[in-house]
Structures are given as C-alpha cells and as structure tokens.
Design a binder for this molecule. Sequence first.
Ligand SMILES: NC(=O)c1ccc[n+]([C@@H]2O[C@H](COP(=O)([O-])OP(=O)(O)OC[C@H]3O[C@@H](n4cnc5c(N)ncnc54)[C@H](O)[C@@H]3O)[C@@H](O)[C@H]2O)c1
Length: 339
Amino acid sequence: MSPEASPEPLGLALLGCGLMGGRHAEVLARLEGAGFRCAFDTDRARLGEVCRRFGCRAARSAEEAVADPSVGAVLVAAPSFLHAPMALLAAREGKHVLLEKPLANDAASGQEVIARCAEAGVRLSVVSQKRFDPGALQLKAALDAGLLGRVFLAEVSINYYRDENYFRQAPWRASRAESGGGVLMNQGIHYTDLLLWYLGPVAEVRGAVSTVREGYQEEDVAAALLELECGALATLTASTVTYPGFPETLALYGSEGTCAIAEGKGVLRWEHRGKAPLPEPPAGPAPPEGLPPKLHSMYRNHRDFLGAIREGRDPLVRPEEALAVVALIEKLYVDARAR
Ligand SMILES: NC(=O)c1ccc[n+]([C@@H]2O[C@H](COP(=O)([O-])OP(=O)(O)OC[C@H]3O[C@@H](n4cnc5c(N)ncnc54)[C@H](O)[C@@H]3O)[C@@H](O)[C@H]2O)c1
C-alpha cells in the first residue's frame, strides 16, 4: 500500500528545528499519510517558527513529543551527537524513527541503535536523500541491469566550501564530540553512502586528512584510497575549504562503459560500448505542488520511509547500510591518524 492510500496518517514528531529541521518540516507538512503532529527544539524561537508555519504543536521536551499518543514515528534533525540517544528514546516508546545522517557519531552507538530498534519492532532508517536524486537512481538502475559490466574503478569527489558563518551559527558543527568528525562525517558521508550502495562493502581503506582552516580542530581536507570487496578500486577526496565549492561527483568505470553523476546536475556522462540507453529514473508520484525542487529528493526519501512502515518492508536506506558508512569513516580516521 502506498502512504497516500492509508486511511490514517502515521503521525510525525520532529526533533530539531534548525537548518535541516526546517526543510524536513516543509516536506512533512505536505506529505500525504504523514500527519505532522508536533515538534521540539531547545531553541524556543525556532520551535515557535516551525509550529506557526506548519501548524503543529510545540512539545515541551523531546520525551513529551515522542510519547505523544498521536505520534507513530519520530524524525530526528538535532545535532549529530543526539541521534543515538533520541533513537533509543523513540525505540523505548515503540515509535518508528528516521534519523538525519549520520546514524550515530560512532559505529558502536550505531550498532546499539539498530539492536534496540529491532528489539522494539520499530522501523529505523537514516536520511540519505541524495540516493533519491534522479541521476543517482538512474546509475543504480544501470548497475542493477549489469550495463556497466565489471566495475573496476570509482572516483568520488566531495569538494565543498563552508565559510566561518556556517560554524559560528551552530558551534556543534565544529566539535568532534558533537559532530563526530570533520568533512568526512559531515559532508562526505552522502557520496560515500552512494559509493557503498553502488559497489558494496569496502575491504581495505587507506586515508590521509589535514586541516587548513585556522582554529578548526577537525579535518577539512581528506583523501582516501579504497579497495572494495567486489574488486574495484576507488579514490575519494573531500573538503570544506575548496573555494567556491563544487557539486559532488561520482564516476564509475566498468568493462562495458562509464557513468558519472553530479549533485544537482544528474548524469554528466553515460558511455556504453553496446550503445544501450541509460535507464529512466523509476516513475513515482509527482512531488506536491509548491514544494521547492531542492526538496524533491527529500520528499521521495520520506515517502519511502512511510511506505516501508505501511508495507512492512525495508526502507531504501537500510540501517545496516547507514552503519557501514559510519564504520568506514571511522576506519579511515583510524588509518589517517596512525600516520
Ligand atoms: N541530509 C543532509 O543533507 C544534511 C545537511 C545538513 C545537516 N544534516 C544533519 O542534520 C542534523 C542537523 O543539522 P543542522 O545543520 O540542521 O543543524 P542546526 O544547528 O541548524 O539545527 C539543529 C537544531 O537542533 C536543536 N537542538 C539542539 N539540542 C536539541 C535537543 N536536545 N532537542 C531538540 N533540539 C535540539 C538546535 O537548537 C537547532 O535548532 C545534523 O545531524 C546534520 O548532520 C543533514
């Protein structure tokens, strides 16, 4: 059953109403079958703004929002160090939970979250909206159809620019304890997730990191060499100091052809020896009228999560996959710091 066909909205609580919380609220308020019930943020002004704009109730605490009997699922868009404790809270209350990335700031906490959610019988997923970009879905369909043949090389480039304001506005973003790391854990995670989604687990990782921005404690430049279990090699570079910032790109080279995608630009290159056309993105309902295009992939991500709950199936972003990305980044940090 599609979320739209359900007679009763699920009931959603939003924890965290900052940059991403505001975007999630915009999607939830328009997503049929969701039912945006309540929100909580320790910042009363932000909380008030979201509740006013989207007509939901302002809860007095995260506990109270999650315990609300009209709430069936919780969306966590609070700073990353709160993902694991908030997910455990949702599991204790028997509520499904969709976490902003990362699943947790470290793999051990992520494992605990997965175990507790499984015990409680609640669905767990992690936002990875870039998987739902049309170009990313087309590349996945090409791989699933075997069109690239044996993929032997991947290149991932995540070269952002973040100015001082980005860290000043939300100091948790510059704190290892609160954000789990630097560019890899915070920005690099999306296209790293795409790489693993496309090619599967990583066998070996070698990495180096450096810090360019003055006064910043974490890595803002990273480079890695990965050996995947499928036999492919991959390079990955990530940065938040590459002025003026560039769209993330991912290229896969296989025995039968090449495909490169870029964030916001779709498929940059499709070259196939046999001249096979690139598969079309999967058909789905049009996003609701008035939803800004930059939120369309997020809409598809949320719709998939609701569908997983309604239909009793896995979400597209399985928690074990979200854990594998955190574990890979953790391994990369260990390797880089050992140098
Ligand atoms: N999917 C994406 O593309 C994407 C992009 C940016 C950030 N993120 C993730 O989203 C999360 C939030 O990032 P952001 O940039 O929106 O941060 P932000 O600082 O703009 O917003 C976080 C909000 O959480 C609130 N908060 C703090 N403690 C809280 C608590 N105990 N209970 C409830 N609310 C609390 C803060 O007051 C703030 O309003 C992070 O985990 C980040 O990694 C995802």
